[in-house]
Design a protein around this ligand. Structure first.
Ligand code: G3H
Ligand code: ZN
Length: 289
């Protein structure tokens, strides 16, 4: 159970494993090259949109191929899945971790489906992440709107509710929310992480803990959440998307006549790789392989 073993080691040694979203081969290469450079374990994940775009079995197989080619452990995770069918398909495809995000469902419905996913996943040695909190905002985008602190606080994890959900479902990883939001917000819009709340969740949860919405959070806050609060998995997507697009625009502008994609993409891959390498340093997972 590679995912469980690596998260257990991360917890024991006080580091986190970066979980980076992929939506194409170039981003996949950038992440894997960064992990190989840093001798770091890595979680490669795909949201429902990214999974449907690339295909679950393609993502799982590319992960296996790259793991062999680069000699690094790659855990493939289904990120924010909202249907048991997609979770089962990812389990069949060879994902090592599936995140059932039932936060939009009633608590009872979330528990019911999460239990089904846990049962199916555990029977194949695969672990499951669960989520109960409805955090403000949409997905991994560059948000123009500012959320009020009250809006952000409204999605914070209630430690007792988290404990109840974990006991009733048997999830292995719990998505904790304590100031982290998806995507980036205008300057001044990202509140500091509530580390005291995270510590309360850590004391009661008894599972691995993930931090979603890594992009846009102050580096020192993330490090504190790992060291003090027991975050073992840090999800990042927007930072990679922004780097990819900016570098692609520059590369196309600088090379107006180049049409061979294998000549266009290397600098783009490099830009994304540098972002991932920075995040691996923040997570403290370098030289663990
Ligand atoms: O599940 C994916 C992550 O939570 C992405 O968050 O786009 O804010 O880095 P981010
Ligand atoms: Zn997320």
């Amino acid at each position: 159970m590679i995912a469980f073993d690596w998260l257990q080691r991360a917890r024991a040694e006080g580091f986190a494993i970066g979980a980076f979203n992929v939506g194409n081969l170039e981003t996949f290469k950038a992440i894997v090259q960064a992990a190989a450079n840093k001798k770091s374990p890595i979680i490669i994940e795909s949201s429902p949109g990214e999974t449907h775009w690339m295909g679950a079995s393609n993502i799982a197989d590319i992960g296996k191929n790259f793991s062999k080619e680069y000699g690094i452990p790659i855990i493939v995770n289904l990120d924010h899945s909202e249907t048991p069918e997609d979770c089962m398909a990812a389990i069949e495809a060879g994902y090592g971790l599936v995140h059932f995000d039932g936060s939009k469902f009633s608590y009872e419905e979330n528990v019911k489906i999460a239990k089904q996913v846990v049962e199916a996943a555990h029977s194949k040695g695969i672990i499951v992440e669960g989520e109960i909190d409805r955090i403000v905002g949409a997905g991994s985008e560059v948000h123009k709107e500012m959320y009020t602190v009250e809006q952000i606080r409204s999605g914070y994890t209630d430690p007792k509710k988290a404990r109840k959900f974990i006991e009733e479902t048997g999830v292995d990883v719990f998505a904790a929310f304590f100031g982290n939001i998806h995507g980036t917000v205008p300057p001044g819009g990202q509140p500091p992480l509530d580390i005291a709340l995270l510590q309360k969740v850590k004391e009661i949860a008894g599972t691995f803990l993930s931090l979603h919405g890594g992009s846009g959070i102050d580096e020192s806050d993330i490090k504190l959440a790992i060291e003090m609060g027991g975050i073992n998995k840090v999800n990042v997507n927007t930072d990679l998307r922004v780097a990819f697009r900016a570098s692609l625009e520059k590369t196309l502008k600088d090379n107006p006549d180049t049409v061979a994609l294998y000549k266009i993409f290397p600098p783009v891959i490099k830009s994304v790789q540098q972002v991932v390498e920075r995040w691996i340093d923040i997570c403290g997972s370098a030289n663990k392989v």
